[in-house]
Design a protein around this ligand. Structure first.
Ligand code: RIB
Length: 321
């Protein structure tokens, strides 16, 4: 069983031709609300894309914004352990450009009320939990305490260090699988070593974590595990909205790892799930089922050697200044 501990937000999404620059006003097109939050997105992705039994520890406000979030989690089959807070339910304000890019501002609200003691009070002992999946939209101290408790209980800790921030060393010590994008990887390594890494490959190797996975957007993803670099080029899809694609990747990856699937195949499954999540508007609304992922993988051959080589070459090149 997988336990996700993290954020849940109601996403206020507006599509516009482009994302406004500072001081600019743009006239948008459609407006919709969607269930979101990195934690809830990853829990839904895990349950849907892998079919694994998924629980979530989350904090919500006692307001109307909470219901669509709990409904979406229930619909995906995620068992909820909810801390009810006097703070308002978390919200995210998202602008999606016609190219599918996004800019997100989060008002954490109740997510900031998730405390170290809530693991024991709302979940109890971690009996039956194989993996704990977390992100950084809840307080860092809470994340660090949960990781420590999981390590002590023999539970594998998967941390998606997003949004980027310096990580305390006592948190990284208790992480088994770290998932970051390129910017987050460089931020974590620079905070740890005090130096800008010379390449993605060297950055992956600089962290004392058993497995480090970096997502590279349209290029694909790589993992440094057992002293080996595993590369998975991306799948080409028609992009509508990239919101939640990284979360889908993390949820699907954790689901696959919990089923004993080795990293190379888990990366391929997570990449397929993440690609499919880009083809519709919204975060959770676009997450594929295990059956859809399996069909997509059947229709797509394993990556060609040339694609793998160019991804590896990108990882060993110096970052652009
Ligand atoms: O990763 C996407 C998510 O980030 C959105 O759903 C939004 O709620 C923010 O948490």
């Amino acid at each position: 069983m997988i336990l996700v501990a993290g954020s849940a937000n109601l996403d206020f999404v507006v599509s516009a031709r482009h994302i406004p620059a500072p001081g600019e006003t743009v006239l948008g097109e459609h407006f919709q609300t969607f269930p979101g939050g990195k934690g809830a997105n990853q829990a839904v992705a895990c349950a849907r894309a892998s079919g694994a039994e998924t629980h979530m520890l989350l904090a919500l406000g006692r307001d109307d914004f909470a219901k669509p979030l709990t409904d979406a989690l229930s619909q995906a089959g995620v068992v909820q352990h909810t801390v009810w807070s006097e703070q308002p339910t978390g919200c995210a304000f998202i602008c999606v450009s016609s190219g599918g890019d996004n800019a997100i501002t989060v008002a954490p609200g109740a997510n900031a009320a998730l405390r170290p003691e809530h693991l024991a009070s709302h979940v109890g002992a971690l009996t039956g939990v194989s993996h704990l999946l977390m992100q950084l939209e809840t307080p860092l101290q809470t994340v660090a305490c949960y990781a420590k408790a999981a390590r002590e209980a023999g539970v594998q800790v998967v941390l998606n260090a997003a949004p980027a921030q310096p990580l305390p060393s006592d948190l990284l010590t208790n992480v088994d699988v770290l998932v970051v994008n390129e910017g987050e990887l460089f931020a974590v390594v620079q905070a740890k070593t005090g130096q800008q890494p010379l390449s993605i490959t060297l950055a992956l190797q600089a962290l004392d974590v058993p497995a480090v996975v970096v997502t590279l957007g349209a290029r694909g993803s790589c993992a440094w595990v057992n002293n080996t670099l595993v590369a998975q080029p991306s799948f080409q899809v028609d992009v509508v909205d990239t919101t939640g694609a990284g979360d889908t990747f993390c949820g699907a990856l954790t689901g696959a790892l919990s089923q004993g699937i080795e990293m190379a195949q888990a990366l391929r499954t997570a990449s397929a799930a993440g690609a499919l999540a880009c083809t519709q508007l919204g975060a959770q609304s676009s997450m594929p089922t295990a059956q859809t992922v399996a069909q997509f993988l059947e229709q797509h051959r394993p990556a060609q050697d040339s694609a793998v080589h160019s991804l590896l070459a990108y990882c060993s090149a110096s970052p652009s200044p």
